[in-house]
Design a protein around this ligand. Structure first.
Ligand code: G3H
Ligand code: 13P
Ligand code: ZN
Length: 332
């Protein structure tokens, strides 16, 4: 049993309280490899932003859970080397799918876990989440639960359509489970294709697809039920069109990729939404940079020469999110 506190990591409790009170949101960035992790830590250290490092099921399969955990431990020391005296870094399991997965992460030093029972019948979601909370809280590890279903792919759980969180269920869920934060469904979804063209309107000036707005009325009703309780938004990539254009220009085929407009995420960050999950945007930034190098320098074969620019591009993206969208800079 390794306690995350011995690794210099923190849980989300105080971080979320400050974010809700201060009207900003903490970035939760997924990482799968060293370049992503370096970019996240450089961005957080440079902006003095608290940050959540997320490990998904796909990441655990791709990179190995143990290795990722040790990388996060290294990230704390790296942050200090970069001049961040008191790094506020959470290591979080994203979309935990069972009690056993959550326990295994808690036992090896994660400071926060999500148990995603959103696809289960309500009472089963309550029972599973409560079981994880009871175990996690013995070690002061914080737990994110989820109510409502996001459309699209949630790791290996996929849903054809979204089901908004029912505001009338949230008090009962939080009270019965004791979870520390709640992921909700108000119209976001995972991936780079969040809405079909039919769901969007066409901007006559730019020719771009304009997605439908998030259900801020549902968010407001949830906040009314749970004043000040930390709310989480998954599927919050904005799918920057300049990255999509770069990918397509250099041989990619991302047609009609569309995300959540930053304006809406700015608005959400000022509410009880205190954790915003971003993964796809980082994938796009990385892919755009790599494609550009491959197209312009076809003789290049040193991975550092294309992963380096990819890292730079991700760092730029993370800093932009922190400073211009979530408002979490200078909070750590
Ligand atoms: O929630 C979904 C995340 O983007 C992680 O996806 O399992 O492919 O790493 P992944
Ligand atoms: P995006 O696919 O919108 O980046 O969402 C990531 C996410 O919610 C991870 O849990
Ligand atoms: Zn998610």
């Amino acid at each position: 049993m390794i306690n995350y506190k011995d690794l210099g990591l923190v849980n989300t409790r105080e971080m979320f309280k400050k974010a809700v009170d201060g009207g900003y949101a903490i970035p939760a960035f997924n990482f799968n490899n060293m370049e992503q992790l370096q970019a996240i830590i450089m961005a957080a250290a440079e902006t003095k932003s608290p940050v959540i490092l997320q490990v998904s099921k796909g990441a655990r399969q791709y990179a190995n859970q143990t290795l990722l955990r040790y990388m996060a431990e290294g990230a704390v020391e790296y942050a200090k080397e970069l001049g961040w005296e008191n790094p506020q870094i959470v290591l979080h399991l994203d979309h935990g799918d069972s009690f056993e997965t959550c326990k295994s992460c808690i036992d090896m030093g994660f400071s926060s876990v999500m148990i995603d029972g959103s696809h289960l019948p309500y009472e089963e979601n309550v029972a599973l989440t409560k079981r994880v909370v009871e175990y996690a809280h013995q070690f002061d590890v914080t737990v994110e639960g989820e109510l409502g279903v996001l459309a699209g792919v949630e790791d290996e759980v996929s849903a054809a359509e979204s089901h908004y969180t029912k505001p009338e269920e949230v008090v009962d869920f939080v009270t019965k489970t004791g979870c520390d934060s709640l992921a909700i469904s108000i119209g976001t979804s995972h991936g780079a294709f969040k809405f079909t063209p039919e769901q969007c309107t066409l901007d006559p000036e730019t020719g771009r697809l304009l997605p439908p707005p998030l259900a801020f009325d549902v968010l407001a009703a949830i906040e009314q039920q749970l004043p000040g309780f930390p709310i989480v938004l998954h599927g919050s990539s904005s799918v920057p069109q300049d990255e999509v254009d770069t990918i397509n220009k250099y041989g990619g085929a991302l047609k009609a990729a569309v995300g959540i407009p930053e304006e809406q995420l700015r608005k959400a960050s000022k509410s009880a939404v205190c954790k915003i999950n971003i993964d796809s945007d980082s994938r796009l930034a990385m892919t755009a940079a790599v494609r550009e190098v491959f197209a312009n320098k076809p003789a290049e074969f040193d991975p550092r020469k294309y992963l380096g620019p990819a890292r730079d591009n991700m760092k730029k993206l993370y800093i932009h999110k922190i400073k211009e969208v979530l408002g979490s800079d200078n909070k750590a």
